[in-house]
Design a protein around this ligand. Structure first.
Ligand code: GLC
Ligand code: GLC
Length: 654
């Protein structure tokens, strides 16, 4: 949009650009800056308009965007243009991701590079590499406490290794996702150190208070993220003699985004990593970006303005780069991280589908899809050109973040039901084979979360210990059922490293004092590559899981209806054990796939009349796309074996 006030400012800014910047060919940059400038100006003004130095800060912002654009190499610029044409690239069913710790997976970055072939063998073509930056020696929240946003931690390798990996992945047609921890730094970051030494400019980078007055006001309404290991949201710093806001661990200092200098620094960091060759940036803990007394300090309107601004600026400098929002919050809040009052995504193009994740775990424990169905039905429609990151497990705990009203609508008492789930997954019932551990218990609110690896949570560990082959097969079936869901739901499936071979809980963290108080470490394994060879041994647990997943991944990539164009339709059936939905391909000729998952441990049937009128879909011609075979039928009933799934199509159309 053209608007005279902002555009006359833009003219002045461009005249003031450093001479070496002005000498460059900035054609594409200027076109995009012109297109986005009014939006950038308005957002920056809403956040920082009251400041006397507004114009100076705005000039600095544009200077950073221009400098990073000049620095961006030609190959990446070509990719920007290519993605402008192919602007639905991240909605494709051909994407299949995996999240991993570089050190846990393969020792370091060169190790990851040497195992790209393994990932390709499985069919993974998008990697999220967990934080690799310099962080404190002891506890570092798994690398989420960053001491230098531009320096790779020695144990992982070097910056050159990252660039080399990015290049090598690009050649293989794989996408690289890296973290940008936007909400906080470690207390060893230079900004924190300068703040500690009394430097006012850097104290203003954080929320720092002389006494408890303001912190106490904040505490009245702020929940605790780590109530056991780091209770409270403020930490007293001896050297400064002041209190600093630390929402996560005591050594993670929250950045103060009401200071525009912080915004500009962090945008610079985002663009720095875009320029190292990351295709996607995972913005960590975005729900926490804005703090306001009297609120939970999560999901504040300004947090969304900051993300929009980060997106608008990135679109000017590195438009080919997509963002993932890591906002593990209530279902109605998560969806806002795509953008509010918009048609297409304008904050982050991708968001963790924490709702679906938690609902899947509910279905595992209850053996029915009542809450799963209810929760998904009530998930607001997302924007166009926005997509989910669908996952079962990740490096974090499982939070039971579904809506209380949905729990009630599914026929349970919310508090008692949550307690049941925690008890179930921590194996407190004889009937539960799960071996999880509680995480983040909050005695004040009764809130509790769950740690544990996928395999151990679905009973594989217990089954192997007891040598019960039937139980082993049943756990494998659940592992595959869950994957069949994230691979077909709509969005990017994100596998978690180790799960592809049924990796069990790792309890070695208990021997490390910097980890022992954080049970999330039990689901952050160190891969044993000798053991991995068992995936080639016919009949081994590893082989049964790996090969089945590999097949499903290959099939997913061939099903256009699995691309995410908001083309999912939930189907209500009379059988609560089944989760059933249709995926429709409206774009490339009409075709449909009906996904059916049986969460019960006994066979279930589905009355085909419940599927309603499916247009040209002939129920007599059903075929399961994974096995290529006709599913079992009895009269007018589809029969679904225990913990089994189907991806059904009418064989005449596929
Ligand atoms: C994110 C990460 C989690 C970390 C937190 C603080 O939620 O996934 O591991 O503890 O941010 O950085
Ligand atoms: C994130 C999530 C929270 C999670 C935490 C650490 O901030 O919001 O649910 O438990 O990180 O695991």
């Amino acid at each position: 949009m053209y608007e005279p006030v902002s555009h006359s400012l833009l003219n002045r800014i461009l005249e003031d650009l450093k001479p070496e910047t002005r000498k460059q060919d900035l054609r594409y940059f200027y076109i995009r800056l012109g297109a986005n400038f009014y939006a950038i100006y308005s957002l920056f003004h809403q956040l920082y308009g009251g400041r006397a130095d507004f114009d100076t800060q705005m000039t600095r912002l544009v200077q950073v965007m221009a400098e990073r654009h000049i620095e961006r190499d030609d190959e990446l610029k070509a990719l920007d243009i290519q993605r402008q044409e192919d602007h639905n690239w991240f909605l494709s069913q051909e994407l299949v991701g995996m999240a991993l710790y570089a050190d846990g997976f393969a020792k370091d970055l060169p190790g990851v590079q040497s195992h790209l072939g393994y990932l390709q063998e499985l069919g993974v073509n998008l990697l999220h590499i967990m934080p690799i930056l310099k962080c404190p020696q002891g506890a570092s929240d798994g690398g989420y406490a960053i001491s230098d946003f531009r320096q790779v931690g020695e144990r992982f390798g070097t910056l050159e290794d990252v660039e080399e990996l990015a290049r090598s992945m690009r050649l293989r047609g794989m996408l690289l996702t890296l973290d940008v921890v936007v909400n906080h730094t470690s207390d060893e970051h230079q900004w924190a150190q300068l703040a500690r030494q009394g430097d006012k400019q850097y104290q203003d980078y954080y929320y720092i208070f002389d006494n408890r007055n303001v912190p106490d006001m904040f505490e009245e309404t702020m929940p605790e993220v780590f109530p056991e290991q780091a209770p409270g949201n403020f930490t007293y710093d001896e050297q400064m003699g002041k209190w600093v806001m630390t929402v996560f661990n005591t050594y993670q200092w929250d950045l103060n985004y009401s200071n525009p200098a912080v915004f500009i620094e962090m945008l610079d960091v985002i663009l720095f990593w875009a320029n190292r060759g990351a295709d996607i940036l995972r913005l960590d803990a975005v729900a926490f970006l804005w703090k306001k007394i009297g609120t939970t300090c999560q999901n504040e309107h300004e947090a969304h303005l900051i993300l929009q601004l980060m997106k608008d600026c990135c679109q000017v400098t590195a438009p080919g780069v997509a963002y993932i929002a890591e906002a593990i919050v209530a279902p109605v809040e998560i969806i806002k991280y795509f953008g509010e009052d918009a048609v297409i995504a304008k904050e982050c193009e991708v968001a963790y589908n924490a709702t679906f994740m938690a609902l899947l775990w509910d279905a595992v424990a209850t053996k029915n899809a009542k809450l799963l169905d209810q929760g998904i039905r009530n998930l607001p429609q997302k924007l166009d050109r926005a997509t989910w990151l669908n996952y079962i497990r990740c490096h974090d705990d499982i939070g039971l973040g579904f809506d209380d009203r949905d729990i009630a609508a599914a026929g349970y008492d919310p508090r008692a039901h949550r307690q049941f789930l925690v008890n179930y997954f921590t194996g407190q019932f004889d009937s539960s084979p799960a071996r999880g551990e509680p995480f983040g218990e909050n005695k004040k609110t009764g809130d509790m979360r769950i740690s544990g690896s996928l395999a151990s949570l679905v009973g594989l560990e217990a089954a192997i210990d007891s040598g019960d082959e039937k139980a082993i097969q049943d756990s494998i079936d659940v592992i595959l059922l869950l994957h069949s869901m994230i691979l077909s739901f709509g969005g990017i499936p994100l596998l978690y490293y180790g799960d592809e071979v049924g990796t069990l809980n790792d309890r070695s963290y208990l021997d490390d004092v910097s980890k022992a108080n954080d049970s999330r470490w039990m689901n952050r394994p160190r891969i044993n590559w000798d053991k991995m060879k068992r995936r080639n041994q016919h009949g081994s647990v590893e082989q049964r899981i790996f090969d089945a997943l590999k097949k499903m991944i290959a099939v997913r990539k061939l099903i256009p209806a699995f691309a995410d164009f908001n083309n999912r339709e939930l189907i209500e059936t009379g059988n609560p054990h089944l989760f059933v939905f249709a995926r429709n391909d409206w774009l490339q000729g009409f075709s449909q796939v009906i996904v059916v998952g049986n969460f019960d441990s006994t066979p279930q049937s589905l009355n085909l009349n419940d599927l309603g009128n499916r247009g040209q879909f002939q129920f007599t011609e059903l075929r399961d796309l994974v096995t290529g075979e006709a599913p079992a039928m009895f009269k007018n009933q589809l029969v679904i074996p225990p913990h089994h799934f189907y991806w059904l199509s009418d064989q005449r159309h596929n």
